[in-house]
Design a protein around this ligand. Structure first.
Ligand code: UD1
Ligand code: MG
Length: 476
């Protein structure tokens, strides 16, 4: 049902048909075309998400090439809010034939919005305007003027301006080819009328296909008024047929994301050098330097600063934290949290399950995985903390590591508050270092250490007085 602010006042249910059976030959890819991604989401997922914003009652996806794979991908990322159905089209005999496959799934009381799975950036408000133009009882076409209309269906109008027909490029006369207004591939049409008109289709045309666009002629022949809702933003109806077009739409999408972030106050060093492949939420006064990539769900708290060339996925970064350049944070399923006021990087790596408290310092070439670091803990240089529980104010020296894996199983290391681990230590898990203790540099720690103790576990230093270095022997 329509109940959105942008929605027309009609109460007619909206059903969406998404054509996604085509092969996508020019992608030269084993992956079905509609599963290629923009902004980290499959092309078809963008269209399904648009259907969700229309508050559609149902979406019917027409599948053909790679049908099983396309259907599985849709189901795996099911968009809540509407019924999702599939109709297979085998073989693919044209767009009219494609929509015919959906008819059994469409109730007569709805208005049908026809979309394509390879046209990802149509805005919901544009579709609401199209539905409003159809008034729930007319065929409404989304059209636009194209400087070069080659290949598109032309909108042929009568002398009074009424839409008469869509003429496909291959069937068009030179005079018709001179028309610049084209059909975008998107229409809104009352379901009952759609069913009547599709029953009359034939394939007597230059391509021997069943053209969906022929229903315009039938509507006009029935004395019905066909309306065109013309837009000027070509990106909204641009389809993906090739890697070049995929990359162009990716840039258009990213530009939109960057503008949205800047409108919310995010300071981007260069909106053209940001990639968001998921959902990036920012509090006030966030700044992001060039060439950063955000994936999955990322939340940046107030005043967070992200240096150049960071890749950040599935992470929550607390207020005032500074992520220095070239840092890689990937929370995957477990997530990563960085506490307020922390300093991370440059060249740091935070892996799934890294939970850093406030004012933690993680420096260059430090890797943290599945570990909790309490407030004020520091590991500033060349270290590995895996499966560790690290207390407040712990200082973990340069080159030190937790040896968490015995070749078969992972074990935990517990480093209690205020422990100082010197440089180049190996802590062989499972092991616990008692609070306030110190571990001498170069130690391999295999046993628990008592609180407040100094533990040293390395070969004793021996100095031999007045030692004469061997002399070079003369070669024979
Ligand atoms: C179609 C329109 C044309 C319009 C253009 C806009 C027709 C006859 N022509 O042309 O007026 O200007 O879109 O881009 O509709 N598909 C199927 N099954 C099929 C055929 C196509 O699912 O049997 C799918 C394709 O995968 C694609 C969409 O329908 O997603 C459109 O098909 P495409 O071949 O690109 O249409 P055009 O011939 O370009
Ligand atoms: Mg075609």
């Amino acid at each position: 049902m329509i109940s959105n602010n942008n929605a027309p006042s009609s109460t007619m249910p909206i059903d969406v048909v998404i054509m996604a059976a085509g092969k996508g030959t020019r992608m030269k890819s084993a992956l079905p075309k509609v599963l290629h991604r923009i902004g980290g989401r499959a092309l078809l997922q963008h269209v399904l998400d648009t259907a969700a914003s229309l508050q559609a009652r149902k979406a019917v996806v027409i599948t053909g090439h790679g049908a099983a794979q396309v259907e599985a991908a849709c189901e795996a990322s099911a968009t809540a809010g509407f019924a999702l159905e599939f109709a297979r089209q085998e073989p693919q005999l044209g767009t009219g034939h494609a929509v015919q496959q959906a008819l059994p799934a469409l109730a007569d009381d709805g208005v049908v919005v026809v979309l394509s799975g390879d046209v990802p950036l149509t805005r919901a408000d544009t579709l609401f305007q199209l539905i409003a133009a159809s008034g729930g009882n007319k065929l409404a076409l989304l059209t636009l003027e194209m400087p070069d209309p080659t290949g598109y269906g032309r909108i042929e109008r009568a002398s009074n301006g009424d839409v008469k027909a869509i003429v496909e490029h291959k069937d068009a006369s030179p005079a018709q080819r001179a028309i610049h207004e084209v059909y975008s591939g998107i229409m809104a049409v009352p379901a009952a009328a759609l069913k009547r008109w599709l029953a009359r289709l034939d394939n007597q045309n230059a391509q021997g296909e069943y053209y969906l666009t022929d229903i315009v002629r039938f509507a006009v022949a029935d004395g019905e008024h066909v309306v065109a809702h013309k837009i000027s933003d070509a990106v909204q109806v641009a389809g993906v047929n090739s890697p070049v077009q995929l990359a162009e739409l990716e840039r258009a999408y990213q530009r939109g994301v960057a503008l949205g972030l800047m409108e919310e106050g995010v300071r981007l060093a260069d909106p053209a050098r940001l990639d968001v492949r998921g959902d990036l939420r920012c509090a006030h006064d966030v700044s992001i330097d060039v060439n950063c990539v955000f994936m999955g769900q990322v939340h940046l708290g107030e005043g967070v600063s992200i240096g150049a060339n960071c890749v950040i996925a599935n992470a929550v970064i607390g207020a005032g934290a500074v992520i220095h350049p070239f840092t890689h944070i990937d929370g995957e399923k477990l997530g990563v949290t960085v506490g307020a006021g922390s300093l991370i990087g440059p060249f740091a790596r935070l892996r799934p399950g890294a939970e850093l408290g406030e004012e933690v310092h993680i420096g260059n070439f430090v890797e943290v995985k599945n570990s909790t670091l309490a407030r004020g803990a520091k590991a500033n240089h060349l270290a590995y903390l895996g499966d560790a529980t690290v207390g407040e104010r712990v200082n973990f020296g340069a080159g030190s590591i937790t040896a968490n894996y015995d070749g078969s199983n992972k074990h935990r290391t517990v480093i209690e508050a205020d422990v100082h681990v010197g440089s180049n230590c190996v802590l062989i898990a499972p092991v616990t270092l008692g609070a306030g203790g110190t571990v001498g540099g170069g130690s391999t720690i295999t046993k628990d250490t008592p609180a407040g103790s100094l533990s040293v576990a390395r070969g004793k230093q021996v100095s031999i007085a007045n030692w004469a270095r061997p002399q070079k022997t003369a070669k024979p």
